[in-house]
Design a protein around this ligand. Structure first.
Ligand SMILES: *[C@@H]1O[C@H](CO)[C@@H](O)[C@H](O)[C@H]1NC(C)=O
Ligand SMILES: *[C@@H]1O[C@H](CO)[C@@H](O)[C@H](O)[C@H]1NC(C)=O
Length: 187
């Protein structure tokens, strides 16, 4: 083989290797943006039973609203839908809990799994653990993990209250998740 041919062969090998490395890197760093709406129903409405249930009562009433107490805890199984209307297509539920973690204002500690039961992420979950100051226009949710397509996920989410009522404590919350995970996790 002439040295010219050897050089050509080397070039082909090097570029194939780079392509493989590139493909592996792309598979590692898939970021998915998922937008949906969470329906947190603490007071039953004609169209829905309560999906957020107070299971523990704190002791000290909050100065901002004595109906709530520092330490109150709610367990949730909130509907997730494509659009802000509760009748829009369901894509899953948010299962977990929040506690009133501030002695002075409406700040929650939120711990939940977003469980997708329809759509492109059906069968996968995203786990989040967050501080949720519910009157802030935007709250950030750290992603702590996930399952299925979101195994080992990292990333964050943003919560924005779409509509809320501090009397019923019912709210529709816009959720934007930005999740990084391997494209596929096989068992
Ligand atoms: C979601 O996945 C489950 C399990 O694979 C399947 O039974 C169900 O029909 C799927 N639901 C939708 C709406 O695609
Ligand atoms: C909140 O809900 C209460 C009870 O249903 C209702 O009387 C009130 O008008 C609502 N407030 C807002 C701002 O929607």
């Amino acid at each position: 083989m002439s040295s010219k041919h050897t050089m050509q062969l080397l070039q082909i090998l090097v570029s194939s290797a780079l392509l493989l490395v590139g493909a592996a890197a792309a598979r590692k760093t898939t970021t998915t943006h998922i937008k949906f709406y969470l329906h947190d129903i603490a007071t039953a409405v004609p169209s829905s039973p309560a999906t957020a249930v107070r299971v523990a009562r704190g002791v000290t009433p909050l100065p901002v609203d004595p109906a709530f107490r520092f330490g109150d805890m709610f367990v949730i199984d909130d509907l997730l839908t494509e659009g802000p209307n509760a009748a829009s297509p369901a894509i899953g539920t948010a299962q977990g809990f929040y506690i009133f973690a501030s002695r002075t204002d409406f700040t929650l500690m939120l711990s939940l799994n977003m469980v997708f039961t329809a759509g492109p992420h059906n069968g996968s979950t995203i786990a989040v653990l967050a501080r949720d100051a519910i009157l802030d226009p935007v709250r950030e949710l750290p992603v702590v993990g996930g399952t299925g397509a979101f195994r080992g996920a990292t990333g964050y989410g943003l919560l924005r209250t779409y509509s809320g009522n501090l009397t019923t404590f019912n709210a529709v919350v816009q959720v934007d998740m930005y999740v990084r995970a391997r494209a596929s996790a096989t068992h």
